[in-house]
Design a protein around this ligand. Sequence first.
Ligand code: BMA
Length: 337
Amino acid sequence: MNATTTIGALTSSPLIRRHSANPILSPGDVPYGPAMVFNAGVVKYNGKYVMVFRNDYGNAELGTIEPHGTTNLGLAFSDDGIRWEVQPAPCWSWHDEEVVRVYDPRLTVIDGRCHMCFAVDTRHGVRGGIAVTDDFAKFDVLSLSVPDNRNMVLFPERIGGKYVRLERPFPVYSRGGVDRFDMWMSDSPDLRYWGGSKLLLGVEHVPFANDKVGPGAPPVRTDKGWLTTFHAVDIDGGRGKNGWEASWKKRYTAGIMLLDLEDPSKIVGMYREPLLAPEAVYETDGGFRNDVIFPGGMVLEDSGEVKIYYGAADTVECLATADVDDLVRLCLEGEQA
Ligand code: BMA
């Protein structure tokens, strides 16, 4: 598979259901005027669901976007993971001489404390950051990678005594100057110093990608392994205007795989088709960038229901649900296919 091989039509697994309340968060739900609210991190924390989401600004009718420096992160709480109480002001932004913005938060509770991974655009490249917060008002930054890296997610437990993260560096020089970005993992004794980096999943391993693959939501533990989503991107030179910009040739789908509990660098199984492909109108039409599904939150309920939160069309936040046993089976059957 390479960038010149087009992927064609893709559909979602029948085992996943889009929630009837979708989009569960839209710009109109947020009192301080963003034009897009998307790519949220979601966890259950202290008895509530917590969502940290990305706000971008612009004018949907005119199709204009405000400079990246205006991006900030919003905060919402929920009792059921479906209806959200949006807080009156953004909870975090970062904009100075060096940092342009922080965005695409992912939340993981480790040892009872809420950790947030985020992307950081800086004047010298894109960095991946990790912070910890106890109140969603103050974020202590524990580490920032060198450029270029982003889409970091943390596992909710230490594995073999170490913290583990998934990530997506984006090398350009060595890959012929085109997008060809894969999913990696690293470990750390303290969440500050990272090493032991290994390739986890290459674009060539995913039949529905020809451009890049990267982490989605932080993994959840099941008996059979760490269940985790990823985003998979295909590009088709024949696509043209598909959103606010003059041209948007990419499609983002969500995949699902299972990693070994003791050694998550081993893929136990992967579903060879998308778990979610853009099909609903809020995924395919009227957004800033249509045909984008970007998972960032995954909650495993005691009932066995899995809630998957995803940004749709870089404009709204959505929810889809599935049964955990079905998802595990999809991954394992995919491996035998
Ligand atoms: C990626 C990131 C995401 C975004 C996606 C689609 O590169 O910037 O934040 O959702 O592109 O535009």
